[in-house]
Design a protein around this ligand. Sequence first.
Ligand code: MG
Length: 249
Amino acid sequence: MIALRNTNEIQKISAACKISAQALKVAEEYMKPGISTKEIDTAIYKFIVSTGAKPNFLGYGGFPGSACISVNNVVIHGIPSKSVILKQGDIVSVDVGAVYDGFHGDNAYTFTVGEISDEAKQLLKVTEECLYKGIEQATVGNRIGDISHAVQAHAESFGYGVVRKFVGHGVGKKLHEEPEVPNFGKAGRGVRLAAGMVLAIEPMINLVGEDVNVSSDGWTVTTASGSLSAHFEHSIVITDQGPKILTKA
Ligand code: MG
């Protein structure tokens, strides 16, 4: 059952999304050599609770952080750690959400530490473009497959690997709701999109190959090839006037 949110619910989801987006701005301040991913997580935690919201990742399935912080070849679900220290040239994906007044927000951004390689720059640019190409397709009467196909086609036109194992999702009263929003698929297939659907669209794109491994900690997802991976995410609502991004600071 896919929820269609009313105006009041969308306002509440927007409030949670705004805090989620502001949490990414907090993270951005810490993208410096010598900073540990645990320090970033602590700053995010303090910010989110200061707003009266709660970090919705903390304790989710036992996850120990307020944000997933995934460096270089880590695709998603990196556990914040005192022993993961940022260095010049790293790319750092931060995925964070807040729950406020019973509703959830979710977003992600891949940051850079100092100067990064040209191939990393292009991966980040293209992955963010994939997100916006997906969002463009989130219109009334289109289907989930239109979003999926737009993301996949753009990434693969650069020879990149689209992660299959993890997908976007509905977001609202829970962090993860129906429908699934894959980053691969056929245009014109899948659930028909309607006004009031709130989706977290989140391309996860590998420089080389689509395969990923889950580490023995049960969380950390890495590229099978060892290559870099990028992740960008917005929570959006579908309206009769088109998609509206809710995760804006
Ligand atoms: Mg998500």
